[in-house]
Design a protein around this ligand. Structure first.
Ligand code: AMP
Length: 302
């Protein structure tokens, strides 16, 4: 099953306690599609400026990512500048320049209008809605967002959530959106806004899934070397949605497996800056780490 994704394609400047990267390839749609490309075919809808090098588009194409929906227009590519301190779970945004995204009008390639899985990666919720309005009858619509949009476009986000089956969001952002410090209560409030399933990403503490009937808890992989958490959430979403697309099964049991595939992809991503580590993977490495996750969480009953 193919995946349609809309989100940012960016130049990121990132500082962590372990190093620094300037104007490297980033963006929510970039991380998502590279991660998901190990599982299924992805079509990316986004915009870049004249300053975006061909080699980045070629890299995406080399992963068999369909870039026909990636527009290049006059102006500058989206830029994000962030810093992480010793608590790598918390990104501090220093600067966001929407540039070509501020006037972007997404166009979906004709043969992707009947995509069965749509992922609305982190970007302006009004753009996420414009994409949703163009697709015919997707089986799964999943979505991510961040504090920037929760604070700036909450009404648009609330409207969008009514049409979303799965919301994938950070712990702090779940609390902020729900205006509720208790995560269990925040989850109930968010599920009341539309999504059937809520996945809360908790950085080095893993992820939680709420669907109103059960709760599933996944650990994060205990890594000794973490260089850059940028894109962890998007590569998580790529592995998660990628597995759902490849298996064609969105049962609760399979959503649990997808969460582990998401955790596997996020754990690889944080091992290097930009997309360096994500680009060097293959299915055997991914499956080997999936098995390690299984050992990590296995315990006997009473
Ligand atoms: P995450 O997976 O949450 O670490 O997302 C990191 C990516 O989000 C970076 O590569 C940024 O380019 C991108 N990003 C940061 N702020 C925004 C924003 N306001 N809208 C869309 N993408 C963003």
């Amino acid at each position: 099953m193919d995946i349609l994704v809309v989100g940012s394609v960016a130049f990121d400047s990132v500082e962590t306690p372990f190093g620094k990267a300037d104007e490297v390839l980033g963006g929510s749609a970039t991380y998502f599609s590279t991660s998901a490309s190990y599982f299924a075919k992805v079509c990316i809808v986004a915009v870049v400026g004249e300053d975006f090098p061909d080699e980045h588009v070629e890299m995406l194409n080399s992963k068999d990512i369909d870039t026909r929906g990636l527009q290049r227009v006059p102006g500058k590519t989206f830029r994000w500048k962030g810093r992480y301190e010793y608590d790598l779970n918390q990104a501090h945004t220093l600067d966001t320049q929407l540039n070509v995204f501020s006037s972007f009008d997404p166009t979906i390639p004709e043969d992707y209008k009947d995509a069965e899985i749509v992922f609305l990666a982190n970007i302006d919720p009004e753009l996420q809605m414009k994409v949703l309005d163009q697709v015919k009858n997707p089986r799964i619509v999943a979505c991510d967002t961040m504090n920037f949009w929760i604070e700036g476009k909450k009404d648009a986000l609330k409207k969008l959530l009514k049409r979303v089956e799965i919301l994938v969001i950070n712990e702090g952002e779940a609390r902020e959106f729900a205006e509720e410090p208790n995560l269990v209560k925040a989850a109930a409030m968010i599920l009341g806004c539309g999504p059937k399933t809520l996945i809360v990403k908790r950085g080095e503490y893993g992820a939680l899934m709420f669907d109103g009937k059960s709760v599933f808890s996944a650990p994060a992989y205990p890594l000794e070397d973490i260089f850059d958490p940028t894109g962890a959430g998007d590569s998580f979403a790529g592995g998660f949605i990628g597995h759902l697309a490849a298996s064609g099964d969105s049962s609760e049991a399979n959503i649990r497996k997808a969460i582990i595939y998401g955790s596997v992809m996020a754990s690889f991503n944080v091992e290097a800056f930009s997309l360096e580590r994500l680009n060097s993977l293959d299915k055997d490495k991914i499956d080997a780490r999936y098995s390690e996750f299984q050992c990590l969480t296995h315990f006997e009953g009473i």
